[in-house]
Design a protein around this ligand. Structure first.
Ligand code: ATP
Ligand code: MG
Length: 453
């Protein structure tokens, strides 16, 4: 190989991020909190494939939606020509699986999922091409109590994550007959203002007129603001359902505002739609969106089954957690093993296994490209690891079959360190880590190490 031929580095795909070890504690905190909140409401985890048939999304989300029109990563299976798509969202996949496995056969089911989603968008703050969602789907429930439960559950999650300033926007977009009547009137209204429609709106006039209401074009705002409002078309049942949700939210002190312009991007929604929004993330301020989708099971060929769910954007929520000072840096381990010499290294390895048997988290210092490391540099690593103790086996300890245990935090005890027999090191460290006192409750235990001050 030529000396000066520079090998080009291969970089990650644009808009698809590496989540590096320094960020892992925050992800874990988020995931653990999510898991415990969802469990406390009886939701069970479901894991569906990242790749689904392209047809699933086209049929489920609607052909004339942002996602299906321009955001999907679709490809043909090179071996058999199947049309496949990296999932841009997961409600379609969950309902596909629920129909396929008859999940609601024995009654309604609460499920949740977490994982990566893929959308070909322009990467920017809070908007990526691979991003992560946590979602919950309540399958088979028809009453307003489940819509409200999903919302209250989100509020509990924000509270447990220490997040404030996320507000709830709520709307009802009615059922199909109400939507159809509104749609006809809306098209007529837009037709009578044809000269004001921009190219995108004209294109959507007959395919998805509701989406025109979402326009960001300032020239269309006034016209759009006086368009017929779907809200005014709701029938008695839709209204009662919507009022039922509001009552439960009030009973449980969850503030909300009704935003009659909230329609959400997917075709499958009916009645309830909601979004959790913050002002702290710039223009990507929606951290969670959801709603009811009573017709999706039928659309996928299943038995008509009412359902309701939400999906939240994990990256956006983590950014909020960072901003609220939720970032934390737990210790990498309880004990860091420091050693010198051949024998010391061998004994440290064995000690590490025994400590892990006893349930402790242990990092063994291992040789790197820089070599085995001086005692001093190993102690620096021990310090940086956040370990409570360093267990040191140098030549003296190896020859005497002992271990020197140095407290990395408590500066009072005996110059921070004690020397204990190798056979007692595990018990000693376990006692220390579980907070047992050094002097009492041990005197009739012959294995216990006594610390001499
Ligand atoms: P937006 O209006 O921001 O494009 P959306 O309506 O397309 O959002 P949903 O399909 O409702 O988003 O997805 C639920 C949540 O997933 C969003 O509220 C957001 O927090 C998150 N999300 C959606 N798209 C992305 C993305 N490209 N990158 C990061 N997070 C995203
Ligand atoms: Mg979007």
């Amino acid at each position: 190989m030529s000396e000066n031929k520079k090998i080009e580095k291969i970089t990650g795909v644009k808009g698809m991020n590496d989540i590096l070890p320094d960020d892992a504690p925050l992800w874990e905190l988020f995931e653990n909190t999510v898991q415990s909140v969802l469990k406390s409401y009886g939701f069970q985890q479901i894991r569906t494939p990242i790749v689904e048939s392209t047809h699933l999304f086209a049929r489920g989300l609607g052909e004339v939606t942002d996602i299906v029109e321009k955001e999907m990563y679709s490809f043909e299976d090179a071996l058999n020509g199947d049309k496949l798509t990296l999932r841009p969202e997961n409600t379609a996949g969950i309902v596909r699986a629920a129909v396929e496995h008859n999940l609601t056969y024995e009654g309604p089911k609460r499920v949740w999922y977490t994982g990566p989603m893929f959308r070909h968008e322009k990467p920017q703050r809070g908007r990526y091409r691979q991003f992560h969602q946590v979602g919950a789907e309540a399958l088979g429930f028809s009453g307003p109590d489940i819509d409200a439960e999903l919302i209250v559950m989100c509020q509990r999650l924000w509270d447990d994550l220490g997040l404030q300033n996320i507000r709830l926007e709520l709307n009802s977009i009615g059922d199909a007959p109400e939507r159809n009547q509104h749609r006809a009137d809306l098209i007529a209204y837009f037709e009578s203002h044809k000269e004001l429609l921009d190219a995108e709106a004209s294109r959507r006039l007959y395919s998805n007129p509701l989406r025109i209401l979402d326009t960001k074009n300032p020239a269309m705002q006034a016209m759009v603001n006086s368009a017929p409002k779907l809200f005014d078309y709701l029938g008695e049942e839709s209204k009662a359902h919507f009022e039922g949700i509001q009552k439960i939210l009030r009973d449980n002190s969850i503030p909300f505002t009704i935003n009659t312009r909230l329609v959400r991007g997917m075709d499958y929604y009916n009645r309830t739609v909601f979004e959790w929004v913050t002002d702290e993330l710039g223009s990507q301020g929606t951290v969670c969106g959801g709603g009811r989708y009573d017709t999706l099971f039928s659309i996928f060929g299943g038995k008509a089954t009412p359902a309701c769910g939400f999906a939240m954007g994990v990256e956006r929520l983590l950014e909020l957690m960072k901003a609220s000072g939720e970032a934390h840096n737990p210790a990498q381990c309880d004990v860091y093993l420091v050693h010198q010499g051949e024998q010391g290294r061998a004994q440290s390895f064995v000690l590490g296994e025994r400590l892990r048997d006893a349930g402790l988290d242990v990092v063994l210092h291992c040789a790197s490209a820089a070599g085995a490391g001086s005692f001093k540099s190993q102690m620096k690593k021990a310090d940086a690891s956040g370990a409570a103790y360093a267990a040191i086996i140098g030549d003296d300890e190896a020859n005497g079959d002992t271990v020197t245990i140095k407290s990395m935090r408590d500066l009072d005890i005996n110059n921070n360190q004690v020397n204990v027999p190798f056979s007692s090191a595990v018990d000693y460290l376990v006692d220390q880590m579980t907070g047992a006192s050094e002097t009492d409750a041990c005197c009739d235990d012959p294995n216990h190490i006594h610390i001499h001050h």
